[in-house]
Design a protein around this ligand. Structure first.
Ligand code: DAK
Length: 260
């Protein structure tokens, strides 16, 4: 991949954690088309890298991302939007097999809120604000906001947020079930890293299939989900990590997982 302009990617092979930082600070990390393509490419590479077991996406203290770039979108026609086909880019994020944690501080609005909801878990600073304010600029969420927000927080709050554009605080987001945890601003990256380390210490193959199964529960019906889960559960018994994990438990020692 060419050196990206709007994101910073760092990888720590000791912890097996990769960090993607959205990096358009002056524009509050507004997600322009190039940034999204860079994010897509970075995730593709990290997903294919066996030394990476968990990925964190973050912004900066003031903003995770204040949405898609309104200035870039403002003059577009419906046919322009169709031809740009941003969905191919956005869909590739949700197809990432490795677990992704969003570490959110400040604004997570519009496409920024949709991006963190596309991640698997959200760790927030006390200063985080979540919202789908598209209604205030005459549109509506276009990257999954009406669906993922509703599933996360329920119809009443989602309807209010989507129809009025109101922001909710990190504490409200936690109470509503949108995010995993809230910590003081100086701790949110550490907290995200702690969670990533915990996940990276598990069997990568079990993590992959477990993530896929949780998403299946989230995406489909309960019956379909249960069949899907059952198949993935049996599949894990074909691998070495299941033998190692269970043997380590019986032998009262720490497991050594190889991703096989
Ligand atoms: N786009 C472009 N520039 C933005 C921006 C955005 N979303 N948000 C902020 N900025 C820019 C501001 O224009 C300003 O730039 P300058 O004027 O200095 O050049 C700079 O960032 C700092 O912002 P403010 O001066 O406004 O800072 P404040 O602290 O006063 O206000 C704010 C912060 C976050 C409340 C305010 O900036 C704001 O309301 N921003 C817009 C929030 C918003 O409406 N977001 C939703 C955008 S629509 C799709 C995928 C995604 C989407 C749609 C489709 N497909 C796959 C099809 C997503 C759509 C959206 O997200």
């Amino acid at each position: 991949m060419q050196t990206p302009e709007f994101i910073l990617v760092t990888t720590n092979y000791d912890t097996h954690i990769a960090l993607i930082q959205l990096n358009r600070p002056k524009e509050l990390n507004a997600l322009n088309l190039q940034l999204m393509l860079e994010l897509k490419e970075a995730l593709r590479e990290l997903d294919a890298n066996d030394d990476v077991r968990a990925i964190i996406i973050t912004g900066n203290e003031r903003a995770f991302a204040a949405g898609a770039d309104i200035k870039q979108m403002a003059g577009k026609s419906a046919i322009d939007m169709l031809n740009i086909d941003q969905f191919t880019t956005w869909d590739s994020i949700k197809k990432t097999k490795k677990p992704i944690i969003a570490a959110v501080s400040g604004f997570a609005l519009g496409g920024g809120c949709e991006l963190c909801m596309t991640c698997d878990m959200i760790v927030a600073s006390e200063t985080a604000k979540f919202g789908q304010p598209e209604i205030k600029i005459g549109v509506m969420p276009g990257a999954g906001g009406t669906q993922r927000l509703t599933r996360a927080v329920g119809k009443a709050l989602a309807m209010e947020m989507v129809l009025t554009g109101k922001f909710i605080s990190a504490d409200e987001a936690l109470a509503a079930g949108l995010i995993n945890r809230v910590v003081p601003v100086e701790l949110y990256m550490n907290e995200a890293l702690k969670l990533a380390r915990e996940i990276a210490a598990q069997s990568p193959v079990a993590v992959r299939l477990a993530k896929e199964s949780v998403l299946q529960a989230y995406n489909g019906s309960l019956d379909e989900g249960l069949v899907f889960e059952r198949k993935n559960f049996y599949l894990l018994f074909a691998g070495e990590d299941q033998k190692e994990g269970m043997a380590a438990f019986v032998e009262k020692r720490a497991p050594l997982f190889k991703g096989k």
